[in-house]
Design a protein around this ligand. Sequence first.
Ligand code: ZN
Length: 93
Amino acid sequence: MLIVNDEQRLRAGIASLSKRCSYCSKALTAYPLIVSDEARVAVYHAACAAELATEILVDLYTFFRPPAPYQHLFVLDLRHTVPQEVRECSHRT
Ligand SMILES: [Zn+2]
């Protein structure tokens, strides 16, 4: 969730801008901020959230397409799976 003012920050449960970023541990100090919607609230500088997302994407890419000489740890093969009923997502919207 993007936070751009005090009202939004307070509604998100972030008491003050002196709280520390969950990524870099520096005080938030200014907007914009990003608040995760996970069970445990985490708040980030917008630039830190972008950096964290980029790191996750790079890690995922490396995991699924490891550079030589490394090989895949596994191969995902959906040909023999049985379709299951799609359950409703439990995330808040
Ligand atoms: Zn930060």
